[in-house]
Design a binder for this molecule. Structure first.
Ligand code: BG6
Length: 472
């Protein structure tokens, strides 16, 4: 659809950026914090551990001041569960509460809206030992954690996100270091979808508790949603794309918004003897919970063709790369797209089509909670970082949001990944995303000093003009 005139970005549009606790904070075992699964996982070779990350725990004031300098209206960050509840349940760590109180207050001091993710890939290690999401009790553990968060921060935090990228936890847990496989598991698919089910119910409970305790607050999920294209107009390829769209995307949003299981996914699970145990009470909780908006992480689309039973199941690359489900869908590269240095396809137009599709299915406002370019950046001798590739990537994606707004999609804000350089899920700090450069590399902490990248100044202008001026 070609538009003659573009509608403006809303006046209260949340321009900002994102991060997650374990990827920025460091202080992994300081001030009473318990370890999370990220602190005890096997670190991928050649990448940093998460003990210091970018030391945001000690430097948050400087970091928030830089975000304020860029003109941020919002900052999306996550709260580390094991910093608040070192054992996952039970005793609350007052120093953890104090840290997030300070962080929230620091944002508010500059008029930056704190948007809080409750769970971002960092299960307390103590709960992993007790069986993690495979246990039905995990629903209550999460509800307890949610209640502590709402009690302590609900007077100031108005926007909440439940679980970051539950679909990635389910589809590619080993890549992000989160998969918990209980001893004696014989059907891994069934086990994974049981864990996924507990997360769906836990999320629904958290939304209900939020609405009861904080009637003014808004809460939503934060899955990674990206349209799956058919590789051709062959009807079989279109069926494959519907299959993979259901498995990758709609399962999570159908459950969060309508409280139902997607029928295609349910049928896939039946075929694999992998349907989770679902009680009538679970379904009632899922149906009763309603998100106020949808947090959406978008990096790139996928493309699939029809698959036969002879295909090999598996993932090629990482979370944004190619997955094959025998008899269901086989991922293939999209020859129309270029790739990042880290092999992720770049598809700004797919961003527009993805949010259009989400909005037409669910009719809820959309907050972009992640989007961004991982690249090798370098610091010049005079303290500059020239990152025109990042500016280009962001510009093209913002242009597509602008078109989507004109299409009639309700867009609440844009919080790309990431506010500041951080440790990637499995590729270390060499894969940088931030507007703010951090002087460290994977095995040398160097000065940890912060530098403004070229994209920092560019984004500042974008925000100042409410998305009107995207020029260099
Ligand atoms: C999302 C996650 O999957 O993508 C982030 O929510 C992650 O935690 C981001 O860092 C980029 O992925 P990666 O693997 O490059 O760090």
């Amino acid at each position: 659809m070609l538009h003659k005139d573009l509608k403006p970005f809303p006046d209260d549009f949340f321009w900002g950026a994102s991060s997650s606790a374990y990827q920025v904070e460091g202080a992994a075992l300081e001030d009473g914090k318990g370890p999370s699964c990220q602190d005890v996982k096997e670190i991928p070779e050649g990448t940093s551990d998460l003990s210091v990350s970018v030391d945001h725990y000690h430097r948050y004031k400087e970091d928030i001041a830089l975000m304020a300098e860029m003109g941020f209206k919002s900052y999306r960050f996550s709260i580390s569960w094991s910093r608040i509840l070192p054992d996952g349940t039970g005793a609350v760590n007052p120093q953890g509460i104090a840290f997030y109180n300070n962080l929230i207050d620091e944002c508010l001091k500059y008029g930056i809206e704190p948007i809080v993710t409750m769970f971002h890939f960092d299960m307390p290690a103590a709960l992993d030992e007790r069986g993690s999401w495979s246990k039905r009790e995990s629903i209550d553990w999460f509800a307890e954690f949610a209640t502590v968060l709402f009690e302590n921060f609900g007077d100031r935090v108005k926007y909440w996100l439940t679980i970051n990228e539950q679909n990635m936890l389910t589809l590619v847990g080993p890549i992000i270091g989160t998969l918990h496989v209980p001893e004696g598991t014989t059907n891994l698919t069934k086990e994974i979808y049981q864990q996924n089910h507990h997360q769906l119910v836990a999320q629904a409970k958290a939304m209900q508790i939020c609405h009861q305790m904080l009637p003014e607050a808004k809460i939503g999920p934060a899955p990674n949603i990206a349209l799956v294209y058919a590789a051709s107009s062959k009807p079989e390829d279109v069926i494959a794309s519907q299959n993979f769209n259901a498995i990758r995307n709609w399962l999570y949003l159908d459950a969060a918004v309508y409280g139902v299981y997607n029928n295609l996914v349910w049928s896939y699970l039946e075929e694999h003897d992998a349907t989770p145990q679902v009680t009538a009470e679970d379904l009632a909780i899922m149906k009763a919970a309603k998100p106020d908006f949808l947090g959406i992480n978008y990096y790139n689309t996928a493309t699939v063709e029809a698959s036969t039973e002879e295909d090999q199941a598996g993932v090629v690359g990482d979370q944004q790369s190619r997955q094959t489900f025998p008899g269901i869908a086989r991922s293939v590269p999209n020859p129309n797209l270029v790739k990042t240095e880290f092999g992720w396809e770049i598809d700004p137009i797919g961003f527009r089509s993805t949010v259009r599709e989400i909005y037409s299915r669910y009719r809820l406002p959309i907050l972009i909670t992640e989007n961004g370019l991982g690249a090798y950046d370098s610091l010049t001798e005079d303290g500059k970082v020239h990152d025109p590739y990042r500016i280009d990537y962001l510009r093209h994606h913002i242009e597509q949001i602008h078109l989507a707004i004109t299409d009639g999609v309700e867009m609440m804000g844009y919080n790309p990944w990431s506010a500041i350089d951080l440790i990637s899920t499995h590729e270390g700090i060499k894969k940088r995303y931030g507007f703010i450069y951090v002087d460290r590399d994977d095995f040398d902490l160097k000065t940890l000093k912060r530098y403004r990248k070229d994209s920092f100044y560019w984004y500042k202008k974008v925000i100042a003009t409410n998305g009107q001026d995207l020029s260099d």
